[in-house]
Structures are given as structure tokens and as C-alpha cells.
Design a protein around this ligand. Structure first.
Ligand code: 6MZ
Length: 336
């Protein structure tokens, strides 16, 4: 499998959280940092939880530890290619600058490479909508700088954060600057109904869309949005548990996966925040399988097709495809 939509601070496991809480003052060990299985919440509850989590990842040691653990956990879940995304954060009290934050994650990626974990990891730097345009431009410049100095480990830019805050169109110049610097764009779009904002951002044709919950008419979107996304064949990163817990989708049956999959549109199953939403990528594939009656071969095809949408270069895509094909030949031998 490949995981293309994983927010670092949302992906912290219970075990890692326990280690973090024992390290510093702040939220206590009984503060809830994840939702229970089957629990529902509001998007606001989710964003409040991220604020709590940010109180325990305030120094480079924690960020490094979190990144190492998250990479190892995805590898243990049989993820062979992972794109982590994270918002560079400065914490004056501990001396953590945005550069040190990014370098801690890159160091974790390099150290995990030495552990022979059988996983390729790339990094996307995230723009949080609440931080405004100036910070967004700074993030783009940081991404360009670290792509050069990290042997291509940094691959792109994300737009995320509370979708109800600010106007995503303000960031269009930052997205254009990122594109001009050769960075890929994975943007959270239409996580809540926002037809005009989404239409305008779609004009720059992002490389992938996060969630796309409210693109189609029945979910508060419009036919224009569907036509644009379909015309440009923009892959959509779909996170089932996250959307149901955050109640942007009432039930798995109504998840937008159904709409886009039925159109044969590029769909990628992802976790979003495996820690906060208490899930794994394998679990997300099983939910998709149970809810939409997809057999093992169909899941395999979905995963194989997702390789086309990763932000790594063609040689990585070719290697992954060849591994997938080898596995296919073993798992589904042709019988005569
Ligand atoms: C929008 C989300 C998100 O960047 O500190 N984030 N943004 N929608 C979502 N769906 C629930 N889940 C996570 O990871 C945490 C940050 O990721 C974004 C939010 O900006 C959150 O603060 P990092 O590693």
C-alpha cells in the first residue's frame, strides 16, 4: 500500500503519545488525544485536539521521535511508500525554529532509511489556512530550499487546517509560486461546502485533492466542480474514518468514495490522522472493502493505480509498479 495523506501530528500512536506526555509539562497523561472507535465528534473537536497535540510536540527531540515512530508504524502496516505532511512550527521557548522542525523530520527519515524498514518516505510541507499568506509564502520557500538540500525528500506543498477559517483563494499566489518552483500541490478542497473558493482554486489545477467531500451536488458542491475535477482527472485522497468521525460525512455508505469510484475517477485511500482517528491504512482498505463490496483484487488495483499519483519521480514509480506486479503474480496466479 501507499499512504499519500498523513498529517504528522495527527498520526501519533497511543504508545508514542504516552512517551511524549511523560517527557514534559502540558496536557496530562489522561488527556484524550485520540477518538475512540465508533465515536463521532465535530470538525471543531478535531482541530481542538490538534492544538492539544501541538502542546506536546514543542521541541526537535519530540518531533524527531514522532517522525521515527510514525514511519516505523506505517512500515509495520505494510505501507511501502509514504508521503508525510506537516506544518513547520516555531516554538520560541524551546528554541525550535521552522528550519529545525523540518530538519528533525528529515533526520528521522534518513535514520529510518538505515533501519531497512522497506518503506520510501517523502515530505510535504503544509500551509495552515489560519496562518495567512505571508507564512504560506515562507513555507513555499522553505519547501523549495529543503527539496534542494534533502536529495528530493521534500516533494510538495499542502493546504490544510480548519476549512471554516479564512479564504483559501488568498493562497493562490503561494500555490502558483510553488508550482513555478517545481513543487507538487496536494490541497484540502471542499472539505466543507465552499463552491466559489473551490472553483477558483481548481483553476490552478492542483496535483491532488484532499478529501473533496463537498464537490458533488448532493454534498453541497456543484456540477461545475465535478466537471473541472473530472476534466483534469485530479486524484482525490479519501479518508473514510476521518470524515465519519469528523461528521463531514454522515456514514461510510454516504462517503464520497462511492461517487468518485463509480465514475472511475482516480481515488486514493488514505488515513489522514491515524493517531487521532485511531486507525491504520489496512483498516481503511477493509472499511472500503466492506462498505462498497470491493474484493481483494479490486483493492489491489486501487493500490496499484495510486502509484501513478505519488509525488516521487518516475524511477520510484517504476520500481513500485514492478514490486506490485511481482506480488500480483504470486497472489493471483494465472491458472490454465
Ligand atoms: C484539515 C487537517 C486535518 O501539520 O502539525 N489537519 N486539516 N482537515 C483535516 N481533517 C480532519 N487533519 C489534520 O499535523 C496536524 C495539522 O494537520 C492539519 C491541521 O492543520 C492540523 O493542525 P501537523 O503535522
Amino acid at each position: 500500500m501507499q499512504e499519500l495523506h498523513a498529517h504528522l501530528n495527527g498520526s501519533i500512536s497511543e504508545e508514542t503519545m504516552r512517551k511524549l506526555l511523560s517527557r514534559r509539562n502540558g496536557p496530562t497523561a489522561d488527556t484524550k488525544m485520540m477518538f475512540d472507535k465508533g465515536q463521532t465528534a465535530t470538525l471543531e473537536d478535531c482541530f481542538n485536539m490538534f492544538k492539544l497535540i501541538h502542546q506536546v510536540t514543542v521541541d526537535t527531540e519530540s518531533v524527531y521521535m514522532v517522525a521515527c515512530d510514525v514511519i516505523r508504524e506505517f512500515a509495520a502496516d505494510n505501507v511501502k511508500y509514504l508521503e508525510l505532511r506537516s506544518t513547520p512550527r516555531e516554538v520560541v521557548a524551546t528554541g525550535m525554529t521552522k528550519e529545525k522542525y523540518i530538519e528533525a523530520i528529515l533526520q528521522a527519515m534518513k535514520d529510518c532509511e538505515k533501519e531497512n524498514l522497506d518503506i520510501i518516505v517523502k515530505l510535504i510541507l503544509a500551509i495552515d489556512r489560519r496562518n495567512g499568506v505571508k507564512v504560506a509564502m515562507e513555507t513555499v520557500n522553505l519547501a523549495a530550499k529543503y527539496r534542494e538540500s534533502s536529495a528530493g525528500r521534500v516533494v510538495g506543498i499542502d493546504l490544510s487546517g480548519d476549512p471554516k477559517v479564512g479564504d483559501g483563494c488568498d493562497f493562490i499566489p503561494a500555490f502558483q509560486a510553488a508550482k513555478a518552483k517545481g513543487l507538487k500541490l496536494a490541497l484540502h478542497l471542499a472539505e466543507v461546502p465552499a463552491v466559489e473558493e473551490t472553483k477558483e482554486i481548481l483553476q490552478i489545477v492542483p496535483d491532488r485533492i484532499g478529501h473533496g467531500t463537498c464537490l458533488h451536488t448532493e454534498a453541497g458542491g456543484s456540477q461545475d466542480l465535478v466537471d473541472l475535477v473530472t476534466h483534469h482527472q485530479i486524484p482525490i485522497e479519501l479518508c473514510l474514518t476521518s470524515n465519519v468521525i469528523g461528521q463531514t460525512v454522515p456514514h461510510f455508505d454516504n462517503h464520497q468514495f462511492k461517487f468518485w469510484y463509480a465514475k472511475n475517477h482516480p481515488c486514493v485511500i488514505c488515513t489522514d490522522d491515524k493517531g487521532v482517528f485511531n486507525t491504520t491504512l489496512s483498516n481503511e482498505y477493509s472499511i472500503a472493502s466492506r462498505t462498497f463490496s470491493l474484493d481483494e483484487r479490486t483493492l489491489y488495483q486501487l493500490s496499484l493505480q495510486s502509484i501513478q499519483y505519488i509525488f516521487a519521480d518516475d524511477s520510484v514509480k517504476a520500481d513500485l509498479k514492478s514490486r506490485w506486479k511481482t506480488w500480483e503474480a504470486e497472489r493471483f496466479p494465472i491458472t490454465t
